[in-house]
Ligand binder design. Structure first.
Ligand code: GLN
Length: 272
């Protein structure tokens, strides 16, 4: 039964991947045509011999700690970019809401962190083509009275700081249809889940695949609702004007055309 479920998940993911990549042409926010006289980031990376990727390794299956290593789908994609450039990959593990400031400060070449493309973020960074479609999911205790998205109204909800889940629940611009009572912010989804289990908050809103992983680890206590809150796409962020964006798009296309991207997905989705 578990195997059948896994297979269904992988099949669904495959469909999502294919759709995401099929949409690449139109979803690209790369800046190749807008490029000014900025210095070549790619040339600088080749010269230094190191590609620095920043991430927040609290977001399995996209990035997570395994002993001293950081693994996941985004790490593999970043490694493929480093390999294509013939340089070493260096990973900087920082808070999610520090990723864009880190790019702006020139501390990293790219951020690969299951990062959703948003209009607001586009003001500060350039995004590669999208490589994954996602949504905000709702985790609740098994015995919760919260059964659908609208039940979140007037509840205390935990989110990861600075994420699209935070933006949705905080609803500063009033565009969300749900009005929660209070938003509690955490640096790790796992900490939010710990507070959910101990009854300090009533729900957690987080991206659907990490949500599934978190629920799998605590399946006797918490569950994932079938309702979702948003429709989002992940891409890799680069500093504005960086020519690395085009290089990443080339590698993403190669990975897709060769079937390698699918293999990476299968590896992280089928492993417990
Ligand atoms: N996709 C969400 C966002 O971009 C969350 C990403 C994350 O927590 N790593 O805001």
């Amino acid at each position: 039964m578990k195997n059948i479920l896994k297979r269904l998940v992988v099949a669904g993911l495959t469909a999502v991947m294919v759709l995401s990549l099929a949409a690449c042409g139109s979803s690209s926010s790369g800046s190749s045509s807008k490029k000014s006289s900025a210095k070549s980031a790619v040339a600088a990376i080749k010269k230094s011999g190191t590609l620095t990727m920043c991430t927040n390794a609290e977001f399995a299956p996209f990035e997570y700690k395994d002993g001293n290593d950081i693994k996941g789908i985004d790490v593999e994609i970043s490694q493929a970019v480093a390999d294509d450039l013939g340089v070493k990959l260096k990973i900087s593990d920082i808070a999610f809401d520090s990723l864009i400031p880190s790019l702006q400060a020139g501390k990293a070449d790219m951020a690969a962190a299951g990062m959703t493309v948003t209009e607001d973020r586009k003001k500060n960074v350039d995004f590669s083509d999208t490589y994954f479609d996602a949504s905000q999911a709702i985790i609740v205790p098994k015995d919760s009275a919260i059964k659908t998205r609208t039940d979140l109204n007037d509840k205390i909800v935990g989110v990861q700081t600075g994420t699209t889940g935070d933006t949705y629940c905080t609803n500063q611009d009033g565009s969300s249809d749900i009005k929660v009572k209070e938003v509690r912010r955490y640096n790790k989804g796992m900490d939010a889940v710990a507070d959910l289990i101990s009854g300090r908050i009533e729900a957690v809103v987080i991206d659907n695949y990490p949500a599934q992983k978190l629920v799998d680890q605590n399946s006797d206590k918490i569950t994932l609702l079938s309702d979702s809150l948003t429709s989002e796409s992940y891409a890799i962020a680069c500093p504005k004007g960086s020519d690395l964006t085009d290089e990443i798009n080339k590698v993403l296309k190669d990975l897709k055309d060769s079937g390698e991207l699918q293999k990476i997905m299968d590896k992280y989705i089928s492993v417990d």
